[in-house]
Write a protein that binds this ligand. Structure first.
Ligand SMILES: Cc1cc2nc3c(=O)[nH]c(=O)nc-3n(C[C@H](O)[C@H](O)[C@H](O)COP(=O)(O)OP(=O)(O)OC[C@H]3O[C@@H](n4cnc5c(N)ncnc54)[C@H](O)[C@@H]3O)c2cc1C
Length: 515
């Protein structure tokens, strides 16, 4: 079997689909090849537990996608029906000690002021910075490194003093900025909660942007969920490709990128399909698998290979999906109406937990990110029921033993911690599904060791260093081969910006006749 297209996209994660849609909209013929039977990568839904309950095995909350220009450009507002939360995000220091973002920033400030007077004004001040400067700063981070337009917009809004202040804040640790700005531990962990979605430590230099992105995007864009499950977003992205004339073929694992004369000219799949790429091959794949496996080291320069071999994945995810026959029953004000609750402990516990994970130990007080999509979208459970989406960072290979042996014991630890913060929650469980880091990788080869971000978020792997120092602009040493996965800038999260940035690069290269 053989076929031809202007561009072949390997993998149908959000980045692959966004790249494909943009190329198709530019008039290119595009074929997306996905190994799984359903397109969407880490954007999917499934009935993992009991009849009538719909779960999201991977990503579930799409504040970042709502912030991203992709949302508007691919008309995701009309392709998907969205539901939002009265309280998009919350954080718990301990039982009965919590803070939450409310849809109206004045209400968030008032609630924080109720905990410690000055924290209300501190939130108002932070949100004021966000609306004037911060959102433009995030736009700089999401666009290609060095993109002139977004940088000028940011500097223009911030001024010289604001640019210096913002740069300093971004280089500081999230714990430092949390302590500088807020007095109560509740407000501090609400500010820092975004850290619990990544493998960086709250005390790491330059950890602040990850914290700010979550807290401020939750405040400005909520944490919306697709009505009916994350799979509806995957379908929306697929429709953006097919409406523009592109094709998405599932059940086709690409096993080889065909290189002729130092140029990528097509791909071959496990099932014997070969697709010739007239102009470009885009890979929504992990760098080691792509370059050492599908391409082959013999086609690549030594220095690039050395960089690929150094590429590190971050910690793994232990993913728990629960079906409940009633609400969670949180011991925290209004948290039963909250979208994403971060059970974190104080800043010191956050730091200790990340260190335990980084040194291969199972955290004794894990940071739990607990989603309640049914609060906004009751269609995902039978009447009165709820689903709980829970992720927590763990070592992929714990010192305590292999995951198949320790998974039940660790699940107990997670449920115990939940029980202390939402008393009686375990007794409301009517169905459960648990995925270890290895289970996640088996479901999607980009989730290496269960890393949800496509590679560690440490500073040495960000910006111009992602995936390999110097190769951060989507092209590769093989002409016509581009990387468009979360493993390159700006990294993980469902924002589609890697796909968008990559497609723009491909189109620009085509204009100057390089592809
Ligand atoms: C448990 C979990 C929770 C998360 N929660 C959130 C969240 O709530 N909000 C958020 O914004 N982000 C979240 N993320 C992160 C987000 O889902 C990812 O960063 C994002 O999906 C990355 O998109 P991608 O297109 O780069 O790759 P992926 O989504 O990983 O997709 C890659 C696709 O390529 C396919 N593929 C790879 N190799 C081949 C091959 N050789 N041939 C054919 N197909 C191939 C894979 O099967 C997969 O379908 C979460 C991730 C996980 C795992």
């Amino acid at each position: 079997m053989s076929d031809t297209a202007d561009a072949v996209v390997i993998g149908s994660g959000p980045n692959g689909l966004v790249a494909a849609a943009m190329l198709a909209r530019a008039g290119w013929s595009v074929t997306v090849l996905e190994r799984n039977e359903v397109a969407g990568g880490a954007v999917a839904s499934a009935s993992l537990t009991e009849p009538g309950y719909v779960h999201d095995p991977f990503s579930a909350f799409y504040g970042l996608m709502h912030f991203s220009p992709v949302f508007r450009e691919l008309e995701l507002y009309r392709r998907v029906r969205w539901a939002s939360f009265e309280l998009p995000a919350g954080a718990m220091v301990g039982p009965g000690r919590s803070a939450a973002v409310r849809t109206d920033p004045a209400l968030t400030s008032a609630a924080l002021a109720g905990i410690k007077g000055e924290d209300g004004a501190a939130w108002t001040d932070l949100y004021g910075w966000w609306t004037k400067v911060g959102r433009r700063f995030l736009n700089v981070i999401l666009n290609p490194v060095g993109a002139v337009g977004p940088t000028l917009q940011f500097v223009g809004a911030a001024g010289v003093r604001g640019t210096i202040d913002t740069t300093r804040m971004s280089l500081a640790s999230a714990a430092t900025v949390a302590r500088e700005r807020f007095t109560s531990e509740e407000a501090r962990v609400l500010f820092a909660a975004g850290i619990s979605h990544s493998d960086v430590n709250v005390n790491d230099a330059a950890s602040t942007p990850g914290a700010i992105a979550l807290a401020m995007v939750a405040q400005s864009h909520n944490m919306p969920v697709p009505v009916g499950g994350a799979g509806r977003l995957a379908e929306g992205l697929v429709s953006a490709v097919t409406d523009a004339g592109g094709r998405v073929l599932t059940g086709h694992e690409v096993t080889r990128v065909v290189v002729e004369g130092k140029r990528a000219v097509g791909v071959e799949t496990a099932a014997g399909l070969s697709v010739r790429a007239k102009r470009a091959v885009l890979a929504d794949a992990g760098p080691p698998r792509l370059f050492l496996g599908l391409v082959g080291a013999e086609h690549l320069p030594f220095s690039f290979l050395a960089g690929i071999r150094r590429f590190r994945y971050g910690s793994g995810i232990f993913k728990v999906d629960l079906a409940l026959d009633g609400p969670a029953g949180w011991d925290g004000e209004d948290l039963d109406r909250c979208g994403v609750i971060h059970v974190l402990g104080d800043l010191d516990n956050m730091a200790r937990t990340s260190t335990q994970v980084a040194t291969g130990e199972l955290p004794d007080e894990p940071m739990l990110v607990v989603g309640q999509p049914t609060v906004a979208d009751p269609s995902r459970a039978p009447d009165g029921g709820h689903v709980i989406w829970l992720e927590t960072h763990v070592p992929p290979r714990p010192k305590e033993g292999a995951w198949p042996q320790i998974r039940e014991q660790y699940l107990e630890r997670v449920l115990d911690r939940l029980d202390r913060h939402a008393p009686g929650l375990p007794s409301r469980i009517v169905g459960q599904a648990v995925h270890t880091p290895q289970d996640l990788e088996a479901a999607n080869p980009n989730l290496v060791d269960g890393d949800l971000g496509g590679g560690s978020n440490s500073l040495d792997q960000q910006l111009v260093f992602r995936p390999v120092p110097g190769w951060f602009r989507y092209s590769t040493p093989i002409r016509g081969l581009y990387l468009c996965s979360a493993s390159t800038h700006p990294g993980g999260g469902v924002h589609g910006m890697v796909g968008r940035n990559c497609a723009k690069r491909v189109l620009r290269d085509a204009v100057i006749r390089r592809v």
